[in-house]
Design a protein around this ligand. Structure first.
Ligand code: NAP
Length: 480
């Protein structure tokens, strides 16, 4: 059986314990590879390699760092088919999605930060004829990067690229549930000529490897994407150690559809924003609020379209929804459907495990599910489900929908559908979220700040924000 290896000090190596974990293909429900069951001793080895590489890498000219990251991006493009297939097998997502979104975006992440780092400039503040202040931005040392399973290579590279572009070295942990493309990336790093120790990838369980990274006294910054509960746990360890922290956490995003919207665009995008990647994108809209005059019309058309979505083998190009990531996640998502029924919800379509014929007969699939009739403040409408389950509710006024949209502890993203520009601006100002999409969804300009308000996160990724997270500002004041 294929074995994944750690990538430490430029080499692909076994975990010190010699122990491995099973890695499942969720579409067929079977183990297909083995993952290092690493522990604190592997993290220690990775940290030492990163620390040793830091003095040289931090003073490597930006142009040279940029050249290597560009090469890595080119290698990702050149290996698109292999990487997309691996992502699909590991995660259950349709291969067509991995090929059009996940893998191209991983290449873009490296390319973006390869160019951003050479464009970035700092500020100067002059005190008339007294003095000049200028800001130095210096890399800090070893960064800990911990990422989730839903967009494996996409989110892993979104952290690593700015960290190493700005001159830090990295100890990274991909999700143990989807480690394969991070392993393939480590091979590409070797091929791209990334100096040894600049990036170290330690595979294994969150409570062992992730915990060891978080607790390590010589890893002074942690960039984490994952669930809010894990984020809170990480913050409780990192904050008293005065580590820099970037937390990208969960969401319960409202999708607000006004009667004056472009109906067809709102409808087709809502199908996508509800069920793309089996609803396992932190930005998916899971609470759909529709203004009452078009509620029945929208609901009927939405249910009809969703019923036609093809759930099937992720390897098949015509599949719209693949498997969810694991058996335990499938059970968690389906338990929310039961909760919704207990809370008085009516399932308009879906609600069950989907059974696929052929080689996927034992896979973990869920029918796309729409639930109606719930109050905005019930648990189903307040807790993150992170699967192909959405609720739909009518509203009458802007004030009412804002109150309902803002009622959760989360504040990641929102969509607003209206042709009225003033209303769009008003809604954007009043939504308690980090990202508002008006008449679109998941349209991303990598220069923009990315992240959430309230319990959806702390800090922002994206653009120069990430370069600022991974560097320490130092003010230098020179008297004239
Ligand atoms: P998770 O369980 O919080 O895991 C995220 C990462 O943290 C994984 O690598 C995990 O390792 C690791 N981890 C677990 N316990 C840890 C510990 N004690 N110390 C350090 N690291 C630990 O989240 P997930 O289930 O993978 O991902 C789904 C969540 O991510 C959802 O809530 C979703 O909204 C959120 N998300 C947010 C964004 C955003 O940008 N805001 C983007 C994508 C996803 P193992 O997997 O090996 O346990």
């Amino acid at each position: 059986m294929k074995k994944i290896l750690n990538y430490i000090n430029g080499e692909l190596i076994e975990p010190k314990s010699g122990q491995y974990l099973d890695n499942y293909n969720p579409a067929i429900g079977k183990v297909y590879s083995l993952i290092p069951d690493s522990d604190a001793s592997d993290v220690q080895q990775a940290q030492e390699a990163a620390q040793a590489a830091f003095p040289a890498w931090s003073v490597t000219p930006k142009d040279e760092r940029s050249r290597i990251l560009m090469k890595l991006a080119d290698l990702i493009d050149a290996n698109l088919d292999e990487l997309a297939k691996a992502e699909s097998v590991d995660n259950g997502k349709p291969v067509s999605l991995a090929k059009s979104v996940d893998i191209p975006r991983a290449a873009s992440n490296f390319r973006f930060y390869a160019t951003a780092v050479v464009q970035y400039s700092t500020h100067a503040h002059e005190m008339e004829d007294t003095a000049i202040n200028y800001t130095l931005r210096q890399p800090i040392g070893v960064a800990g990067c911990i990422s989730p399973w839903n967009l494996p290579l996409y989110l892993f590279s979104w952290k690593i690229a700015p960290a190493i572009a700005s001159g830090n070295c990295v100890v990274a942990k991909p999700s143990e549930v989807t480690p394969m493309t991070a392993y393939l990336l480590s091979k590409l790093c070797i091929e791209a000529g990334l100096p040894k120790g600049v990036l170290n990838i330690v595979h294994g369980l969150g409570p062992k490897v992730g915990q060891a990274i978080t607790e390590h006294p010589d890893i002074p910054m942690i960039s984490f994407t994952g669930g809010t509960v894990t984020g809170k746990h990480i913050a409780s360890i990192a904050a008293p150690m005065f580590k820099k922290l970037s937390l990208e956490l969960g969401g319960k995003n409202p999708n607000i559809i006004f009667a004056d919207c472009d109906f067809e665009k709102a409808l087709s995008t809502t199908v996508h924003s509800s069920f793309a990647n089996q609803g396992q994108i932190c930005l998916c809209g899971s609470r759909i609020f529709v203004e009452r005059p078009i509620y029945e019309k929208f609901k009927t058309a939405f249910v009809e379209k969703v019923k036609r979505m093809k759930v099937g083998n992720p390897a098949d190009d015509t599949t719209k929804m693949g498997a969810v990531v694991s058996k335990s996640h499938m059970e968690k998502v389906l338990s929310y459907v039961e909760l919704a029924k207990e809370e008085g919800g009516a399932v308009l379509t879906g609600g069950n495990q989907a059974h696929i014929e052929g080689e996927c007969a034992d896979g973990w699939f869920i029918e796309p599910t729409i639930i109606e009739g719930l109050s905005f403040d019930c648990r189903t409408n307040q807790e993150e489900i992170f699967g192909p389950v959405v609720t739909i509710m009518p509203f009458d006024t802007e004030e009412e929908v804002l109150m309902m949209a803002n009622s959760t502890k989360y504040g990641l993203a929102s969509t607003v559908w209206t042709e009225n520009l003033k209303k769009a601006h008003r809604m954007a100002r009043n939504l308690d979220v980090g990202i508002v999409w008006v008449n679109c969804w998941l349209l991303r300009d990598l220069r923009t700040p990315f992240g959430g308000a309230k319990q959806s996160g702390v800090g922002r990724e994206g653009g120069f924000e990430a370069l600022e997270f991974f560097t320490e500002p130092k003010n230098v004041c020179i008297k004239y």
